[in-house]
Design a protein around this ligand. Sequence first.
Ligand SMILES: Cc1ncc(COP(=O)(O)O)c(C=O)c1O
Length: 400
Amino acid sequence: MEPAPVYLDNNATTRCDPAAVEAMLPYFSEQFGNASSTHMFGAEVGAAVSRARKQLQGLLGAKFDHEIVYTSGGTEADNMALLSALETQEGRDEIVTSAVEHPAILNLADHLEKTGRAKVRLIGVDSRGRLDMEAYRQALGPKTAIVSIMWANNETGTIFPVEELAALAHEAGALFHTDAVQAVGKVPVNLAESAVDMLSLSGHKLHGPKGIGALYVRKGIRVRPLIRGGHQERGRRGGTENAPAIVGLGKAAELALEHMADERTRVAALRDRLEQGVLQRIGNCFVTGDPENRLPNTANVVFEYVEGEAILTNMNREGLAASSGSACTSGSMEPSHVLRAMDVPYTAALGAIRFSLSRENGDADVDRVLEVLPGIIGKLREMSPFWRERENHAANPSYA
Ligand SMILES: Cc1ncc(COP(=O)(O)O)c(C=O)c1O
């Protein structure tokens, strides 16, 4: 019998929890009304949308449920935060962000700079992916409209000191936004006690549905809608509410909160066993990211002398799904911008594999990786001229 496929790509997306799917179903059929309608068809839907907002408020530890604005996902929330700040922060046109953000921030910032709408100050990171605090302090100033630094990095799992960063941003009179798409549901968030002004999250990263997310906007912070239209979301986001997805997101938030304490330790232990097992069984590989401040579910391992894409193809044949940070640009492979910012050498960075776990993974999944991966890496290295060169050199140091 073929072994069951193993999914270790939960930072790309998670399976929607069956309980969230079940909660959503009535809102496609019996409860089809428009959440904004005041008649009986809309009333229950409107109430469901409000209940979901409370569930999300619980997960975020926010003071008020109306601090949450539903969006179509993390990308829209990120876009809304930056564009809104440029409009509301009169006389300020600079964005301070990091070199390791998700493209939802980096590509927007780049576009704003190229079209002359903002000046972007990109802050670098060290070899563990930690922000260069000195450069950060220096970048802040009277022109800074907004700082956007992610809560946790999607490739390495490195967690950023958002409270300290937010306090420094405020000293400069800037707003502080964090892309917490990879953090919400995995690590505790308590916005009532936080200096964060805006925070983005996404349903499909926490066992909720795709195409739904939210921007948290602290009470008192002015925002401008990104999507203009009707008066939904208190005029902050036009468009009929996606009630089924909102209900699914609410349920996913409730479940994440319920499972968080247990799952954080259990998933972190699985991740650590996976990492240790790989390092013990396979030579010339290393783990990236900040070992002290990392998401519990993420392991990014660089395998030298092999290409990540080839590893993934071979893993896929064995029923194992993970991801590499490399991207195909103009026909050739480009290593991840995150690993490059961390100064991982170009060729080594091409061999990075991200394993991202979730509460749905168990010991058998880790066992399967440890059983299969050493053979895959060994086979690929035998085919690599660089590896053979290295082996020849080790066997015969005078070999040139
Ligand atoms: C850090 C981060 N920000 C933003 C996004 C985009 O979220 P969405 O897919 O909901 O638009 C992702 C998704 O990969 C992410 O990892």
